[in-house]
Design a binder for this molecule. Structure first.
Ligand code: SF4
Length: 390
């Protein structure tokens, strides 16, 4: 449950000096009471199944227009090549990240899917997850955007977890000139419906907020409160990401100011105090040089780190090496531990029948140690070697 009220959170938007220090201390205390001095990460490969998309987010460099170099879908062979490389490097998660429903806007996307033998992008996602489960030890995590009820159920049958960033509840940002103009899948109610459908289906979910895209502090707090309410209703939110907007050249928001470190820390600390303590709180370590400071504002997770693939959403930001993250965490008294795509609480024997389909559960069980974290495997050279495969 929340440790502070909505009104208190609203008032913390400008916290500085002693108030800022107290805020971070409260967040850290709440983190330690629930998660101890463990900070987790998931060793994964990123599978950018398609970079075509029907949305036009003002900050995105991932999506490509049909006909431009590199635009299209990965083939099953390319998916398997990424997954096998990740497997060899000790990865345990295959994160499918992709544009939203490109076939509804681009006839070329429909044709490419037909050539692959599928009618829709989500059909192809499901088939590729089945392929990964069949041909590798990795467990799929699906970030496929907005989904209807039957799509959520199909994802649950082939994935250990799924994700959709809420980003914001602000409808202002779908207006002309705003970050989410011309983005039918970024209308907040559509994303909230997907999160609620996942709750109804007991599909373990990742969600989060993207800060610095034009939202106000009040809207940021409202987004976090909305996520907390969804979790209180369904109990299915595994983790919440607080992600900072990074301005990229060539985008509509190339010249917009980025959130500074204090803004990130203030938001992260307030998120920790607003969200139920059982929700894992994550901030990405590759989007800020001083990422270990997030540990001083209540996070307990650094998210997906890949020794094999780039961050396709922020390709200019390389992942720090796992041993670097471990070293910098340990200097703050935190131990870095590898987790699976599903968190230990969801893998508890009393919960598994509710949260997982039979195939993902078998895959997760073979990778989990007794406490639900990832089983250790030795991979020479893995810790510091960053190889970009695609
Ligand atoms: S951020 Fe995602 S939804 Fe938005 S344009 Fe890029 S790929 Fe599409």
């Amino acid at each position: 449950m929340s440790t502070i009220t909505r009104e208190e959170a609203y008032a913390l938007g400008g916290a500085c000096g002693l108030q800022f220090e107290e805020l971070k201390a409260r967040a850290t205390q709440k983190r330690e009471a629930a998660w101890g001095r463990t900070v987790t990460y998931s060793r994964k490969v990123f599978v950018p199944l398609t970079n075509l998309c029907r949305d036009k987010c003002g900050y995105c460099t991932f999506a490509k227009e049909p006909g431009t170099p590199g635009a299209g879908y990965l083939t099953p062979e390319q998916v398997l090549a990424i997954v096998r490389r990740g497997e060899a490097l000790g990865c345990k998660e295959a994160l499918f990240s992709l544009g939203e429903k490109p076939e509804l806007l681009h006839p070329q996307a429909k044709e490419m899917l037909a050539t692959l033998g599928y009618a829709t992008t989500i059909d192809y996602v499901i088939a590729m997850c089945e392929l990964v489960l069949r041909k590798s030890a990795l467990v799929p995590h699906v970030n496929a955007g907005t989904l209807d009820q039957s799509e959520v159920r199909r994802v649950k049958a082939v994935a250990g977890s799924a994700g959709i960033m809420l980003e914001t509840v602000s409808r202002r940002l779908i207006g002309r000139g705003q970050a989410h103009f011309a983005c039918p899948d970024k209308v907040p109610v559509q994303r909230l419906r997907t999160l609620a459908r996942a709750g109804e289906a007991s599909l373990p979910m990742t969600t989060g907020i993207l800060i610095g895209i034009g939202e106000t502090w009040v809207e940021r707090v409202d987004s976090l409160m909305t996520i907390a309410a969804l979790h209180e209703q369904y109990g299915h939110i595994q983790e919440v990401i607080v992600q900072n907007f990074r301005a990229k050249s060539g985008t509509l928001m190339a010249h917009c100011p980025e959130p500074d470190m204090d803004d990130m820390l203030r938001t992260t600390a307030v998120a920790r105090l607003l969200l139920p303590s059982t929700i894992s709180l994550q901030a990405p370590p590759n989007l800020n040089e001083s990422f270990e400071q997030y540990l001083l504002a209540g996070i307990n997770d650094f998210g997906g780190i890949s020794p094999a693939t780039a961050d396709h959403i922020n390709p200019e930001r390389a992942w720090p090496a796992v041993d670097e993250i471990a070293h910098r965490s340990s200097k703050l008294g935190m131990q870095l531990v590898e987790r699976l795509t599903a968190y230990p609480a969801f893998l508890h024997p009393r919960q598994v029948a509710r949260f997982f389909g039979p195939k993902p559960l078998v895959a997760l069980a073979s990778l989990a140690r007794n406490d639900g974290h990832a089983r250790h495997q030795a991979h020479p050279g893995l810790q510091s070697k960053m190889e970009v495969l695609v």
